[in-house]
Write a protein that binds this ligand. Structure first.
Ligand code: HEC
Length: 156
């Protein structure tokens, strides 16, 4: 044989090489999975949960069919604006939302919601506001691709 490296020797090195790559990929997979599960499955306090008032508010929201005209995260009817962040948006807030819910505007009819129902609706809307922002303009990312925070404006 003219070749410098005997057949088995080259084959042996290739096998070790392949095993190294395989274990490297396994380790990377485990690390990535670990980071993803520990960082992006953590839910901040008050997020993704509805207290008593918000639960009642959800019921009222369904009874009055607010979703016929309004959206959360862009989903719903399109006669009125998206309500995801109305209780925390600049220049708006809980009192603003309650006022419109009780009295309507030129474009939104007053639906006959009672004061107690309006309070529950505002609690429900605020639970949405606590869940995130919409529309999302900027995202504060971790190096492994999950996000720390979402922002409705370009500044972080
Ligand atoms: C017939 C369609 C319609 C229904 C039903 C309706 N809305 Fe509206 N809503 C509107 C429109 C249109 C506006 C915008 C009013 C304006 O700008 O004058 C609005 C505005 C609002 C606002 C202020 C939003 C903002 O960002 O300024 C809130 C809060 C709101 N509605 C809550 C509700 C709730 C809660 C219900 C159910 C009880 C409801 N709406 C049912 C059409 C509707």
């Amino acid at each position: 044989m003219e070749r410098g490296v005997p057949e088995e020797e080259g084959g042996g090195w290739r096998a070790v090489h392949r095993r190294l790559i395989f274990f490297g990929l396994v380790v990377l997979f485990v690390v990535q999975t670990g980071l993803t599960w520990t960082s992006s499955t953590r839910v901040a306090e008050g997020r993704g949960t509805l207290d008593e008032a918000a639960r009642r508010g959800r019921q009222v929201y369904q009874e009055f069919n607010c979703t016929a005209c309004h959206q959360f995260y862009g989903l719903g009817g399109y006669m009125g604006p998206d309500l995801t962040n109305v209780t925390r948006a600049e220049g708006k807030g809980p009192a603003y939302a309650k006022g419109i819910i009780l009295h309507g505007t030129k474009r939104m009819p007053a639906l006959g919601v009672s004061a107690a129902q309006a309070d529950d609706l505002v609690a429900y809307l605020d639970a949405w506001a606590a869940s995130g922002t919409y529309p999302v303009r900027a995202v504060n990312l971790t190096p492994w691709g999950t996000y720390r925070e979402m922002h409705t404006t370009d500044d972080r």
